[in-house]
Design a protein around this ligand. Structure first.
Ligand code: HEM
Length: 123
């Protein structure tokens, strides 16, 4: 978990899938199913952060600035997923949240690919 990104990748892939599932359940009017799935999603938020922090604590010395932005980007992605689901369930507007979500996801993904572990595409 400290030296390869497999566990980290697994956690955010599962979280993105669960995020879509909760959105679909909310749209389909299955509020109970959405609530339960959202609780599982929240567990995966913690696992993303845990695996991310383990990688970060060992490797950030290589480039603290980029690792710092990666860390912040990941947290923003998680915050936006949570806020989109909570506000969406109340029928509130989520337009701005979606813009921030997509931007933060793109930056976080790009930095993940750029940083040296695992996939290393833009070095
Ligand atoms: C949903 C949110 C997140 C997404 C989509 C995401 C995505 C990624 C991707 C695509 C990679 C590259 C994997 C590889 O090269 O094999 C990665 C690596 C990494 N992530 Fe995340 N991440 C997220 C959240 C976080 C958080 C919250 C943290 C910090 C607490 C974090 C810290 C790291 C670190 C330190 C690496 C290793 C970078 C390297 O040296 O290559 N990530 N992440």
């Amino acid at each position: 978990m400290f030296d390869n990104t497999h566990a980290h990748i697994t956690t955010w892939v599962v979280a993105l899938i669960l995020f879509v599932v909760v959105l679909l359940l909310q749209k389909g009017g299955n509020q109970k199913g959405a609530k339960i799935t959202q609780m599982i999603l929240r567990l995966f938020y913690l696992l993303i952060i845990l695996t991310g922090v383990l990688l970060f604590s060992k490797h950030q010395g290589y480039n603290p600035a980029l690792y710092g932005i990666k860390f912040l980007g990941g947290i923003i992605v998680i915050a936006m997923m949570e806020m989109i689901l909570v506000r969406g369930a109340k029928g509130r507007n989520t337009g701005v949240l979606w813009v921030v979500f997509i931007a933060a996801l793109a930056i976080t993904f790009f930095l993940g690919l750029k940083l040296p572990l695992g996939w290393n595409m833009f070095s």
